[in-house]
Design a protein around this ligand. Structure first.
Ligand code: PGA
Length: 261
């Protein structure tokens, strides 16, 4: 059976201090507390230094807490890195791997992503793997081959029985952030379907149940059209989610729309 649950989440990138993050999370829990979580999951991925307090101030039944990155080893000579043990200690349940800024600003490779995915699964986390093509890839009509390569290499060490702890976000690099260009919802839909097909080929029936999200300049104007795409299970939102009231409105708008379609 394909995934039925709907997901919405945000990566706050490097934008919120501890106090700002806890205010955000508390308010989000209050504003979305009435939404039935059996069919909906809300996740927030804030900066490392905020995680401990974020965990204390959230209701775990209402909000899943994630980290923006993680080292592929639990301990050792990895200056500047954060280990799965440290993330577990502060209540993290989810680890994002391969965000476009990690790949393109910090030059992380698919090999690193593969090791991180394996390590995150070994330490009990759910993994949110981000994939997506650059503008150049898109122009050269290489999007499908890029997505296929990222999924194949980054998930190479995932066993079929572990697919219940894998989430995938399709985030075209050219659509992300302040300079991002808006995606045509049909284009996003086509690529989400390609990702779904690739996951099914790779994992068999388990691939059908991996939640697949769209991210990259999601906003109140395009969210509904994106949410209507056939192979989408959620929206991964940056800037439009960083105000709790605005994010809660967006969530409720999308959920209400899904009920009527
Ligand atoms: P954006 O960020 O919504 O601000 O474009 C998306 C992301 O980087 O996940």
């Amino acid at each position: 059976m394909p995934v039925k649950k709907w997901y919405m989440g945000t990566n706050t990138k490097m934008t919120k201090t501890i106090g700002e993050t806890t205010d955000f999370i508390r308010r989000l829990c209050v504003l979305t507390g009435h939404i039935d979580r059996s069919g909906f999951e809300l996740f927030v991925i804030p900066s490392y230094t905020t995680l401990e307090q974020a965990n204390r101030h959230r209701d775990p039944a209402l909000l899943t807490l994630g980290a923006q990155n993680m080292c592929w080893e639990p301990r050792g000579q990895f200056t500047g890195e954060i280990s799965p043990l440290m993330l577990r200690e502060v209540g993290c349940e989810l680890v994002m791997i391969g965000h476009s800024e990690r790949r393109h600003v910090f030059l992380e490779t698919d090999e690193m992503a593969c090791r991180k995915v394996r390590c995150a699964l070994d330490y009990g986390f759910t993994v949110l793997l981000c994939v997506g093509e650059t503008e150049e890839h898109k122009q050269a009509q290489q999007t499908d081959s890029v997505l296929a390569r990222q999924l194949s290499l980054d998930l190479a060490r995932v066993k079929p029985e572990e697919t219940g702890r894998i989430w995938v976000a399709y985030e075209p690099v050219w659509a992300i952030g302040v300079q991002g260009k808006p995606v045509a919802p049909e284009y996003a839909g086509e690529k989400l379907s390609f990702i779904r097909k690739t996951l099914k080929e790779r994992f068999g029936p388990g691939g059908e149940d991996i939640p697949v999200f769209y991210g990259g300049s999601v906003n109140p104007d395009n969210a509904l059209a994106l949410a209507e795409q056939p192979d989408i299970n959620g929206l991964f939102v940056g800037r439009s989610a960083w105000d709790a009231d605005a994010f809660s409105s967006l969530i409720q708008k999308v959920l209400a729309h899904r009920e009527t379609t």
